[in-house]
Design a protein around this ligand. Sequence first.
Ligand SMILES: Nc1ncnc2c1ncn2[C@@H]1O[C@H](COP(=O)(O)OP(=O)(O)O)[C@@H](O)[C@H]1O
Ligand SMILES: [Mg+2]
Length: 253
Amino acid sequence: MTDVQKVFDSARGRYVALARVNVEIKDGEFLCLLGPSGCGKSTLLNIMAGFEPVTAGRVECDGRPVTAAGQERVVAFQDAGAALFPWLTVEENIRFGLRVRKIPKTDWDDIVTRYLGMVDLDRHREKFPSELSGGMRQRLQIARALAVEPKILLMDEPFGALDAMTRRRMHAFLLEIWQRTGKTIVFVTHDIAEAITLADRVAMMSVGPGSVITRLIDIDIARPRAVTNPRFTELFNEIEHLLEPDLARSEAH
Ligand SMILES: Nc1ncnc2c1ncn2[C@@H]1O[C@H](COP(=O)(O)OP(=O)(O)O)[C@@H](O)[C@H]1O
Ligand SMILES: [Mg+2]
């Protein structure tokens, strides 16, 4: 995306959420968007998804302008419970996505089996989302997203509501899927350690109004990454230090 600007006009006035965002996401990379709450991460992700029009600038995917939701991009949200259909079973939730994307009915069974297997939910096919744990619901949401074979998976703080242990398991699980499928992942988080655990590159955003991407940091640690690795601590401190002036400013608001 090039020089992306996003202004919200509402009854309360005009708010410049994004000033001039420039970033090029590489094929197959794991990019984390990192920044404090309210800095415009969700806005930026929704623009990438095609849910939100830009005020100025250009967004392209494989050379084509992004103006609406597209086959090649899917989104997973923090609240999997709200994203899933509560009146449909686990397998019906996956099938629903396939129907929407007009995938031939003859392929449905194979696809449902493959993706529920991938997220280890095949034994829970007949259950309803309300009968699943938070981590299972999130895995189902990811399976439903991947089942339509997108190129890009956009994730908005998907593990933010999970307990620390489930979250760690989900990190390992997501990295395994990413490595297995070769998808491009854009992952929004406000958690520095989560970004370092997952990302090839971390895009740091400044506090709004008028947020920009201030820096792109390569995470040069072999996977799996342990928080006990001295390089992990070094990067953590570096990123925290870079965020500090922004945080001080946001707290002063
Ligand atoms: N539809 C909207 N109308 C007006 N302001 C909005 C709208 N959506 C988001 N904003 C504002 O834009 C800023 C960025 O929001 P958001 O992208 O949700 O931040 P983040 O995801 O980083 O917490 C916030 O100040 C928010 O209040
Ligand atoms: Mg958000």
